[in-house]
Design a protein around this ligand. Structure first.
Ligand SMILES: Nc1ncnc2c1ncn2[C@@H]1O[C@H](COP(=O)(O)OP(=O)(O)OP(=O)(O)O)[C@@H](O)[C@H]1O
Ligand SMILES: [Mg+2]
Length: 361
């Protein structure tokens, strides 16, 4: 079967400011009805990437395609208004002299009565119909954001670029508006490229996550895969707290306080980082200075003393000072369990949940 033509495709985009590459060879494809989340820390180049796709910023190199049609390379350039792309940006601005309904109808063409109807239908979807005749300065920040969202959705764009579009909304509102907005866009077959720096948000919404760092995409994949098979230690750390256990390879394995880890094909002397999320540590009681027996699944237990334990609602986060080298490890445990500081306990790590990477300093 021939591969489907992506609704949106970018190829090797490069952008530098004052000689510094802030977007460095970024390629992505988004299929109709798909949501791709561009996820990464502040300053990694997410908004710049979106601005180039929108046509507000010109790339130094690379190409932008929509449905197999070239929108922009370094020679040809379709202006922003000719790209059929919907935008919802971080620094969205409503027109202050237009009412809410007029703002939403701004990009639409047709008889006035029809425009009003379409604007009202969009406003209803974001829960802002009651404000149709208000002016932007009469709205709170979150309300303005919802109007901007309605305005972006109204022309039913086939490609939607969204830059932290839900960040100004409180949690309760956000979940509803976010799910509904994305459902609408997906149903309409739009390709959505959505920027966020919140991993939980990306995992909840994305068909695909593109993890970005220092201008580059370091990993792409379904949320499940990116979370469970991170490309490196930093990618793992982006989604949760992590613990790192260091080890050195001798004879294709490394000895740690938690037992041996196989390192087939790794040269002697290689330093390894064994990475494990707090959720995947197990805790057991101290039995007069002894811990539970080693198992194949969880390796050898190591003893530590509780330094801090925080109740977090659905779980407790417990920090241990480990006997073997004085390092600190964090374990997330069901919140019914909240051990007192000073308690000695034994930790085991779920071996199938460990990620092993060569240590990079
Ligand atoms: N017009 C500009 N001139 C010079 N530098 C710029 C310009 N726009 C962005 N930058 C720089 O490029 C880098 C990437 O910026 P960008 O806005 O793409 O980051 P971001 O990933 O969207 O971050 P955030 O999550 O904070 O919004 C930053 O270091 C920023 O300071
Ligand atoms: Mg940004």
């Amino acid at each position: 079967m021939a591969p489907k033509t992506p609704r949106l495709e970018i190829k090797s985009l490069v952008k530098s400011y004052q000689g510094r590459r802030v977007v460095d060879d970024v390629s992505l494809a988004v299929q109709p009805g798909q949501v791709t989340c561009l996820l990464g820390p502040s300053g990694c180049g997410k908004s710049t990437t979106l601005r180039m796709i929108a046509g507000i910023e010109m790339q130094d190199r690379g190409e932008i395609w929509a449905d197999g049609k070239l929108l922009c390379d370094t020679v040809h350039r379709i202006p922003p208004e000719g790209r059929g792309i919907g935008l919802m940006f971080q620094d969205f601005a409503l027109f202050p002299h237009l009412s809410v309904a007029q703002n939403v109808a701004f990009g639409l063409r047709g008889p006035r009565g029809v425009l009003r109807q379409q604007a009202e239908a969009q406003l209803e979807k974001v829960g802002m119909l009651a404000y149709a005749d208000n002016y932007p300065h009469e709205l709170s920040g979150g309300e303005q954001q919802r109007v901007a969202l309605a305005r972006a959705l109204a022309p039913k764009p086939s490609i939607m670029l969204m830059d932290e579009p839900f960040s100004g909304l409180d949690n309760r509102l956000r979940d509803g508006i976010r799910d509904e907005t994305l459902d609408l866009l997906k149903e309409a077959g739009a390709a959505v490229l959505l920027v966020t720096h919140e991993p939980a948000e990306a995992m909840r919404m994305a068909d695909e996550i593109a993890l970005m760092r220092d201008g580059k995409i370091v990993q792409r994949g379904a949320p499940y895969n990116v979370y469970n098979a991170p490309a490196d230690k930093e990618a793992a750390a982006f989604f949760s707290d992590i613990n790192v256990i260091r080890g050195t390879v001798r004879n294709a394995l490394t000895e740690t306080a938690f037992g041996q880890f196989l390192a087939p094909g790794t040269p002697d002397g290689t330093e390894l980082d064994i990475v494990i999320r707090p959720q995947h540590l197990k805790i057991d009681f101290d039995r007069d200075g002894r811990g539970p027996n080693p198992t194949a699944q969880d390796g050898t237990p190591a003893r530590g003393v509780v330094e801090r334990a925080r109740f977090m609602g659905s779980e407790s986060l417990v920090e241990f000072r480990m006997d073997y080298d004085g390092s600190v490890l964090k374990a997330a445990v069901p919140s019914v369990f909240l051990p007192k500081p000073g308690t000695a306990l034994w930790l085991m790590i779920r071996r199938d949940r460990c990620f092993v990477f060569p240590h990079r300093s």
